[in-house]
Design a protein around this ligand. Structure first.
Ligand code: HEC
Length: 108
Protein backbone atom coordinates (compact mmCIF):
# COMPACT_ATOMS: atom_id res chain seq x y z
CA UNK A 1 0.00 0.00 0.00
CA UNK A 2 2.72 2.43 1.01
CA UNK A 3 4.77 1.59 -2.07
CA UNK A 4 1.91 2.17 -4.46
CA UNK A 5 1.25 5.58 -2.90
CA UNK A 6 4.94 6.39 -3.41
CA UNK A 7 4.78 5.29 -7.05
CA UNK A 8 1.70 7.41 -7.57
CA UNK A 9 3.55 10.47 -6.28
CA UNK A 10 6.52 9.76 -8.55
CA UNK A 11 4.12 9.43 -11.45
CA UNK A 12 2.47 12.80 -10.82
CA UNK A 13 5.78 14.56 -10.26
CA UNK A 14 7.15 13.31 -13.56
CA UNK A 15 3.97 14.22 -15.45
CA UNK A 16 4.07 17.73 -13.96
CA UNK A 17 7.73 18.09 -14.90
CA UNK A 18 7.20 17.10 -18.49
CA UNK A 19 4.29 19.53 -18.79
CA UNK A 20 6.57 22.31 -17.51
CA UNK A 21 9.32 21.39 -19.96
CA UNK A 22 6.80 21.49 -22.76
CA UNK A 23 5.57 24.93 -21.68
CA UNK A 24 9.17 26.24 -21.51
CA UNK A 25 9.94 24.97 -25.01
CA UNK A 26 6.78 26.55 -26.37
CA UNK A 27 7.67 29.86 -24.70
CA UNK A 28 11.18 29.82 -26.19
CA UNK A 29 9.79 29.09 -29.65
CA UNK A 30 7.16 31.83 -29.44
CA UNK A 31 9.71 34.22 -27.92
CA UNK A 32 12.10 33.74 -30.84
CA UNK A 33 9.26 34.42 -33.26
CA UNK A 34 8.32 37.66 -31.47
CA UNK A 35 11.99 38.70 -31.27
CA UNK A 36 12.69 38.20 -34.96
CA UNK A 37 9.30 38.86 -36.54
CA UNK A 38 6.41 40.32 -34.52
CA UNK A 39 8.46 42.98 -32.68
CA UNK A 40 11.62 42.94 -34.83
CA UNK A 41 13.89 43.39 -31.80
CA UNK A 42 16.44 41.73 -34.09
CA UNK A 43 16.58 44.86 -36.27
CA UNK A 44 18.21 46.79 -33.42
CA UNK A 45 19.88 44.20 -31.18
CA UNK A 46 22.56 41.55 -31.40
CA UNK A 47 21.42 38.24 -29.90
CA UNK A 48 23.51 35.34 -31.10
CA UNK A 49 20.93 32.66 -30.21
CA UNK A 50 18.38 34.41 -32.45
CA UNK A 51 20.95 34.98 -35.21
CA UNK A 52 20.38 38.75 -35.03
CA UNK A 53 22.97 41.41 -35.71
CA UNK A 54 21.19 44.76 -35.28
CA UNK A 55 23.49 47.41 -33.84
CA UNK A 56 21.19 50.33 -33.01
CA UNK A 57 20.65 49.13 -29.43
CA UNK A 58 22.98 47.38 -26.98
CA UNK A 59 24.24 43.84 -27.60
CA UNK A 60 21.86 41.69 -25.55
CA UNK A 61 24.47 38.95 -25.16
CA UNK A 62 26.67 41.21 -23.04
CA UNK A 63 24.30 43.38 -20.94
CA UNK A 64 23.16 42.14 -17.56
CA UNK A 65 19.40 41.90 -17.16
CA UNK A 66 16.56 40.18 -15.36
CA UNK A 67 13.15 39.19 -16.70
CA UNK A 68 11.70 42.15 -14.74
CA UNK A 69 14.16 44.66 -16.23
CA UNK A 70 13.52 43.45 -19.78
CA UNK A 71 9.73 43.52 -19.28
CA UNK A 72 10.07 47.07 -17.99
CA UNK A 73 12.28 48.16 -20.90
CA UNK A 74 10.07 46.53 -23.56
CA UNK A 75 6.85 47.88 -22.00
CA UNK A 76 8.01 51.47 -21.49
CA UNK A 77 10.86 51.91 -23.97
CA UNK A 78 13.71 54.39 -23.54
CA UNK A 79 15.00 56.90 -26.08
CA UNK A 80 15.21 55.10 -29.43
CA UNK A 81 13.90 51.88 -27.91
CA UNK A 82 10.16 51.72 -28.70
CA UNK A 83 7.55 51.37 -25.90
CA UNK A 84 5.96 48.13 -27.07
CA UNK A 85 3.51 48.06 -24.15
CA UNK A 86 2.46 51.71 -24.07
CA UNK A 87 1.95 51.82 -27.82
CA UNK A 88 0.17 48.44 -27.72
CA UNK A 89 2.50 46.93 -30.31
CA UNK A 90 2.72 43.80 -28.15
CA UNK A 91 0.27 42.37 -25.61
CA UNK A 92 1.31 41.95 -21.99
CA UNK A 93 1.61 38.22 -22.57
CA UNK A 94 3.82 38.68 -25.65
CA UNK A 95 6.08 41.05 -23.67
CA UNK A 96 6.45 38.44 -20.93
CA UNK A 97 7.22 35.71 -23.46
CA UNK A 98 9.82 37.72 -25.42
CA UNK A 99 11.46 38.85 -22.16
CA UNK A 100 11.62 35.26 -20.93
CA UNK A 101 13.16 34.31 -24.26
CA UNK A 102 15.78 37.09 -24.22
CA UNK A 103 16.93 36.42 -20.65
CA UNK A 104 17.14 32.67 -21.26
CA UNK A 105 19.03 32.89 -24.55
CA UNK A 106 21.44 35.78 -23.88
CA UNK A 107 25.09 34.78 -24.01
CA UNK A 108 24.35 31.39 -25.58
C1 HEC B 1 14.35 50.74 -33.04
C2 HEC B 1 15.39 49.93 -32.41
C3 HEC B 1 15.02 49.02 -31.28
C4 HEC B 1 14.09 48.00 -31.28
C5 HEC B 1 13.13 47.59 -32.38
C6 HEC B 1 14.21 47.35 -29.98
N1 HEC B 1 15.17 47.97 -29.22
FE1 HEC B 1 15.77 47.43 -27.38
N2 HEC B 1 16.94 49.08 -27.25
C7 HEC B 1 17.18 49.96 -28.28
C8 HEC B 1 18.06 51.03 -27.81
C9 HEC B 1 18.58 52.20 -28.63
C10 HEC B 1 18.32 50.75 -26.45
C11 HEC B 1 19.14 51.60 -25.48
C12 HEC B 1 18.21 52.56 -24.78
C13 HEC B 1 18.97 53.57 -23.95
O1 HEC B 1 19.68 53.13 -23.04
O2 HEC B 1 18.83 54.76 -24.23
C14 HEC B 1 17.62 49.50 -26.14
C15 HEC B 1 17.67 48.88 -24.91
C16 HEC B 1 17.18 47.60 -24.67
C17 HEC B 1 17.40 46.83 -23.46
C18 HEC B 1 18.22 47.27 -22.25
C19 HEC B 1 19.64 46.84 -22.45
C20 HEC B 1 20.53 47.29 -21.32
O3 HEC B 1 21.47 48.06 -21.59
O4 HEC B 1 20.28 46.88 -20.19
C21 HEC B 1 16.77 45.64 -23.62
C22 HEC B 1 16.73 44.48 -22.63
C23 HEC B 1 16.12 45.67 -24.92
N3 HEC B 1 16.40 46.87 -25.52
C24 HEC B 1 15.37 44.63 -25.44
C25 HEC B 1 14.60 44.73 -26.60
C26 HEC B 1 13.60 43.76 -27.01
C27 HEC B 1 13.29 42.47 -26.28
C28 HEC B 1 13.04 44.25 -28.15
C29 HEC B 1 11.88 43.67 -28.92
C30 HEC B 1 10.63 43.49 -28.19
C31 HEC B 1 13.71 45.49 -28.47
N4 HEC B 1 14.64 45.76 -27.51
C32 HEC B 1 13.46 46.27 -29.60
C33 HEC B 1 16.68 49.87 -29.57
C34 HEC B 1 15.69 49.00 -29.98
Amino acid sequence: MKISKFLLIIFFVSVTNSINTFADEEKMKKGLEIFNETAACAACHVLKAAGSEGNIGPNLDTVSMTIESVIDMVTNGLGVMPAFGEDEILTKEEIEIVSYYVVNSAGK
